[in-house]
Design a protein around this ligand. Structure first.
Ligand SMILES: [Zn+2]
Ligand SMILES: [Zn+2]
Length: 324
């Protein structure tokens, strides 16, 4: 794809707070549902079985949203990689890059929302850091970003010291509200409410706009804050939004826990005339059925509250790709 082609977004990790794996009980539930649905069908080739899965089963039965923590790639068409956060999804991405494009000579531009564990814990397992000739530029608005990465690699937490990593690793401090030109994209960070602060990023190339806004709590009664986010999301083709909680949770027991809900995400996207809302940073307790139900509920709400323009709603899953 040429660098001026369409942007794509690929999700490598979509879970919030901590990575999770599907349990045996969940796998069994999927198998029981599938076998019951398939009874009487003659599925004696991989093709027939695959077509049956695609045609007959809901996403939550035939697939999983996955359990890696936050890592999202903006595929620009250039040989440089653009990533948001280094949760455990970064491990999968790193392995894929090495397997398909070789061990060395890669440049990664990484935009950090913040440094809570679930957003940095993929870094020690991101294989490109162990090969000379790779370059990793880590951008963020927090002071002492490099110190956090160094400490994660220090004894007794990890056996390999940061200073011993063969790749070239650079840290670049950004200022919220300023516009930057990085990796062929215009990038603007924005401060968000979250313990220790977090930052969203608005990426633009030509008329295509992607907003990555995770780990943010929204105070809907603060008009100036609402307006700030509406402006940040304005006309976006895609808003990747922290919808870890239900609205009831976000406004009651889990108020001030630093996360938001599907309902708030939809309201902001409607006000901002964004085209797509992607639910992200899924609650670790939620199984696939629960996330699928949240997606269905959000789609129903969108239909009921739709003005003159539809917002397409999706729920991120590990491995999902969106062409913009
Ligand atoms: Zn998080
Ligand atoms: Zn956080």
């Amino acid at each position: 794809m040429p660098p001026d082609g369409r942007l794509r977004v690929k999700f490598w990790g979509t879970r919030g707070s901590i990575p999770v794996a599907m349990t045996s009980a969940e796998v069994r539930r999927k198998l029981v549902a599938t076998l019951m649905r398939a009874s009487g069908s003659k599925l004696d080739t991989p093709e027939k079985a695959g077509a049956f899965l695609d045609r007959e089963l809901d996403f939550a039965v035939a697939h999983t949203f996955g359990g890696n923590s936050s890592c999202v790639e903006i595929v620009t068409g250039s040989s440089d990689y653009v990533l948001c956060d280094l949760g455990t999804g970064a491990r999968v991405l790193g392995n894929e890059v090495l397997a398909t494009r070789g061990p060395s000579g890669h440049t990664f531009h990484v935009f950090m929302s913040h440094v809570h564990w679930d957003h940095i814990m993929g870094f020690p397992f991101f294989m490109p850091i162990y090969t000379a000739g790779n370059r990793i530029r880590i951008y963020g608005c927090h002071a002492r970003l490099d110190e956090v990465f160094r400490r994660q690699h220090a004894a007794p937490f990890f056996p390999v010291e940061f200073s011993g990593l063969p790749a070239t690793i650079e840290f670049v401090r950004l200022e919220p509200g300023r516009e930057y030109e990085i990796a062929g994209l215009q990038v603007r960070p924005k401060l968000q409410h979250h313990g220790g602060d977090s930052y969203g990023y608005r990426f633009q190339r030509g008329n295509t706009i992607v907003v990555y806004s995770t780990d943010a709590e929204h105070k809907q009664d603060d008009l100036a804050e609402v307006e700030g986010f509406v402006e940040f999301f304005r006309d976006a083709d895609l808003v990747i939004f922290d919808s870890q909680y239900s609205l009831a949770e976000a406004t009651s027991i889990k108020e001030d826990w630093g996360h938001s809900s599907n309902v708030v995400g939809l309201e902001l996207c409607q006000m901002a005339r964004a085209k797509r809302l992607c639910l992200f940073h899924h609650e670790p307790v939620s199984d696939d059925e629960h996330i699928a139900a949240l997606l269905a509920e959000t789609r129903r709400l969108e239909e009921i509250t739709r003005g003159d323009r539809r917002v397409e709603i999706m729920a991120a899953y590990d491995g999902m790709e969106i062409a913009l």
